[in-house]
Write a protein that binds this ligand. Structure first.
Ligand code: UGA
Length: 430
């Protein structure tokens, strides 16, 4: 198939590359000329495991190319995917101006039947608006179909998620685009859910909100475990074996962050309000997430008392492991709160330090080796669930700290072992 992807952010770039990998011919469009130049030269603007090799391989094979021209993308393709940002507005609703702009650009360039697929996370009924916009701004007045095809990949695991999806959702208004959409996804061998556009759009917000709810649920349980002397990991294991609940997304910690869950929750609450339903459950999910961070900061201040002039080592800045993304990162929020209390920080993240430098400046020393973070510090904090932090040289860290105190916001270490090693070790829900 001949495909265009407009927008080469996390979703667009990974989607385009994986489509090329399974044999489609893909042209990726981005209005950032520097980004396009970088991609054409074989570089990638984000860290995502396995992506760089795939981009290089598919550019070399001629199946993947990049341009700044939407018109070129439209002319060379049968199916055009929209994968541009849908950022939050101050009131929690979604800014759809990028989607509208791209819909107009596509419409202006159409000279024959095209399928326009929305991949960005959008409020229900956006497909209707995109359809109206294309009709209005297409001088050639050609036939077209709008499809909703939400993406479910996770950052840090994006290539694997895209190549092996749990399901593919295709929202359509008529049968006409179904064959082409099925052909595009056939190589991925996943169940395909064909539904109407509004339901497809809702599936994405409903899925992300449910996953956020699951995390807040286990975080609420973690508070009860702490008060009652139980272990949240045991509880998560015990409930997760029930297949109706499932084991995944039951890791208690300092709360969820990133560019999706916080934004999508606010958007879904707003959308529900607009259609006349007050989604109080999701408001509570947000509250639990905020309180989880408050509880963690309190643990630190209860132990260290005054933070002014204390030096704290922080492991982790990215919003989760395997990514350099620090947008709405709980780790960054935590650092900012510690700095506000007067602490100075020594921080390390395997991939997120460059991006964090724009957000954390005053009072922060960036340390290249995780084993040097503890030097001269009063305590260590784990803020991101990077696997490699489990390999921290604990003996060296103990020697480097003024006192062997660790606050583990991601439950990476075993409490009994840490205590045996002489640490004052505080984690979440155990
Ligand atoms: C999320 C969804 O998982 C994807 O399915 C969806 O496609 C994506 O949003 C999106 O809308 O684009 P992502 O934000 O990349 O993916 O990251 P997640 O792996 O979902 O993690 C989100 C946050 O929850 C992280 O801060 C992570 O540390 C936290 N988390 C996750 C927990 O605290 N506990 C868990 O058990 C799982």
């Amino acid at each position: 198939m001949k495909l265009a992807i407009v927008g080469t952010g996390y979703v667009g770039l990974v989607t385009g590359t994986c489509f090329a990998e399974v044999g489609h011919r893909v042209i990726c469009v981005d209005n950032d000329a520097n980004k396009v130049k970088m991609l054409q030269a074989g570089g990638i603007p984000i860290y995502e495991p396995g992506l760089e090799e795939l981009v290089k391989k598919n550019v070399a094979s001629g199946r993947l190319s990049f341009t700044t021209s939407t018109a070129e993308g439209v002319q060379l393709s049968d199916v055009i995917f929209i994968a541009v940002p849908t950022p939050p507005q101050p009131d929690g609703s979604v800014d759809l101006s990028f989607i509208e702009r791209v819909a107009r650009d596509i419409a202006a360039a159409m000279t024959g039947y095209k399928i326009i697929v929305d991949k960005s996370t959008v409020p229900v009924k956006t497909g209707e608006k995109v359809t109206e916009t294309i009709k209005r701004y297409c001088p050639a007045k050609v036939e077209f179909d709008v499809v909703s095809n939400p993406e479910f990949l996770r950052e840090g695991f994006a290539v694997g998620d895209l190549m092996n999806p749990d399901r593919v959702v295709i929202g359509v208004r008529s049968k006409r685009p179904v064959a082409a959409m099925t052909e595009i996804y056939e190589p991925f061998k996943a169940p395909i859910v064909v539904t109407d556009i509004n339901s497809a759009e809702l599936i994405k917000h409903a899925a992300n909100s449910f996953l956020a709810l699951k995390i807040s649920y286990i975080n609420a349980i973690s508070a009860i475990c702490e008060a009652a002397g139980a272990n949240v990991e045991e509880v998560a294991h015990g409930i997760g074996l029930d297949e109706r609940i499932g084991k995944r997304f039951l890791n208690a910690g300092i709360g969820f962050g990133g560019s999706c869950f916080p934004k999508d929750l606010s958007a879904f609450i707003k959308i529900s309000e607009q259609v006349g339903y007050e989604f109080r459950l999701l408001k509570e999910v947000q509250q639990i997430n905020a309180r989880q961070m408050d509880r963690f900061v309190k643990k630190i201040t209860d132990t260290l008392w005054v933070l002014k002039d204390k030096k704290i080592g922080v492991l982790g800045l990215a919003f989760k492991q395997n990514t350099d993304d620090v947008r709405s990162s709980p780790a960054i929020d935590l650092c900012q709160r510690l700095i506000k209390e007067g602490a100075t920080l020594r921080v390390h993240d395997p991939k997120g330090m460059d991006k964090a430098k724009a957000l954390l400046k005053e009072g922060v020393t960036y340390v290249d080796d995780m084993n040097d973070v503890a030097q001269g510090c009063d305590a260590l904090v784990v803020a991101t669930e990077w696997e490699e932090f489990k390999q921290l040289d604990l003996d060296l860290a103990r020697k480097n700290l003024s006192h062997p105190i660790m606050f583990d916001g991601r439950n990476l270490f075993d409490p009994a072992t840490m205590e045996k090693l002489g640490w004052i070790y505080k984690s979440v829900g155990r």
